[in-house]
Design a protein around this ligand. Structure first.
Ligand SMILES: Cc1cc2ncn([C@H]3O[C@H](COP(=O)(O)O)[C@@H](O)[C@H]3O)c2cc1C
Ligand SMILES: O=C(O)c1cccnc1
Length: 375
């Protein structure tokens, strides 16, 4: 990579981090007060109330809307997959890209249900698929940094310049979507072996025992699961001197996880909610949080994955997931499911009548009822 490109990536990353402001407490407090005045017992809408206030705080307005949510799936392969840490072979990564583009993958179905646009970005899939005109459900953007990472058990997964490049790609992806009108971005991923990479990063960043972080991923049990824990242990031992967060990302990370860190940073900088999915997309969010803790203020945790490390990531960043459906798929499947909940919370804020209307008898008389387009 040319030096000028590398310095452009660095400048973009620095500019993005510098633009991250804090939460808008005034808007969230105003929304909480407005919800207190609605025709319901105080706080009876439970966490939906805090959800609407959170979106207001992120967007910096008392009238937030989610009209154009985008589900962004970043995909790449992992060198660590060669250590035999997944129940499925690496070819599946590329095959799933075709399934996203063809609209048949779980996240395509769920994004459609949520009226959200699905966008896929290839950060470095080893066997990218041949796409045909039937693969028209979602675009697959070529943002390849390299063909998969190297095996982090044997050396660095990628160079530091490549890690920065992948983060910059994520920032640019998010900025393009936001410029086109995206008002919420759901972070998703695809890449065989990625729960191992996410476990390594989570153990390293949070200084946790891999035995407590590692989970079944696509379905490992018994000796295969024990081998996965040993592999994570070995990678951490090999890179035990690596401390700088950028070096941690480069030595042990994944290309799609790095890109998702960039997406989370750009969302925070542009005051757009970053809707987190499971363990892997939250590993990207964790990298963003490690680089700039305030980035977490723009995050919403959609669901709790059954991967044990996911709860550790969320707890550390102060996030409580909206859903717990015992899911462990990734792709942004859990995030897509939470989009209608977020929209519902904003529709209640926008369209619900006030308690005061009840006693005055004006409820429903002046257009205060549900509007056709929701909110
Ligand atoms: C058919 C199929 C579809 C998927 N969609 C998401 N993942 C999920 O599984 C992978 C991580 O699990 P591990 O670390 O055990 O390989 C990622 O690609 C993740 O997105 C899938 C996995 C498979 C097999
Ligand atoms: O929580 C996730 O993101 C996850 C868990 C298992 C496999 N793939 C993804």
């Amino acid at each position: 990579m040319a030096d000028t490109e590398q310095s452009a990536d660095r400048a973009l990353i620095e500019r993005t981090i510098a633009a991250i402001g804090g939460p808008d407490h005034e808007s969230s407090a105003a929304v909480a007060r407005a919800l207190d005045g609605k025709m319901k017992p105080l706080h009876s809408l439970g966490r939906l109330e805090g959800l609407a206030a959170r979106v207001a705080s992120i967007r910096g307005t008392t009238t937030p809307r989610v009209d154009s949510p985008v589900v962004l799936v970043c995909a790449a392969d992992h060198g660590i997959a060669r250590a035999g840490v997944s129940a499925y072979p690496q070819e599946v990564t590329g095959q799933m890209l075709a399934a996203f583009a063809g609209g048949r993958a779980a996240v395509a179905i769920l994004a459609h249900q949520a009226d959200a646009q699905l966008v896929v970005a290839d950060l470095g899939v080893v066997d990218p698929p041949q796409l045909h005109p039937t693969h028209a459900y979602a675009p697959v953007l070529d943002r390849r940094v390299r063909a998969g990472t190297d095996n982090s058990a044997e050396g660095w997964a990628m160079t530091r310049a490549e890690a920065e490049q992948a983060v910059a790609v994520g920032i640019r992806l998010a900025e393009d979507l936001i410029e086109d009108g995206a008002d919420l971005i759901a972070l998703g991923e695809m890449g065989i072996g990625s729960t191992t990479t996410a476990s390594i990063l989570t153990s390293a960043i949070l200084d946790r025992d891999p035995a407590r972080v590692v989970g079944a991923g696509t379905g490992l049990e018994g000796e295969a699961l024990a081998h996965k824990v040993e592999t994570v242990d070995a990678v951490l031992a090999r890179h035990e001197d690596v401390e700088d967060p950028w070096d941690v990302l480069a030595a042990m990370g994944g290309l799609e996880i790095a890109a998702l860190a960039g997406v989370a940073l750009a969302c925070a900088a542009h005051r757009v909610p970053a809707l987190l999915d499971g363990f892997i997309s939250t590993a990207g969010a964790l990298v963003a949080w490690r680089l700039c803790p305030a980035a977490a203020d723009a995050m919403i945790a959609a669901h709790r994955s059954t991967e044990p490390g996911h709860s550790m990531q969320l707890e550390e960043m102060g996030l409580t997931p909206l859903l717990d459906l015992q899911m462990r798929l990734g792709e942004a499947s859990g995030a897509a499911l939470a989009i209608p909940l977020i929209r519902s919370s904003l529709a209640l804020l926008q369209d619900m009548g006030d308690l005061a209307d009840l006693s005055s008898g004006s409820a429903g008389a002046d257009g205060g009822g549900a509007s056709a387009d929701g909110g």
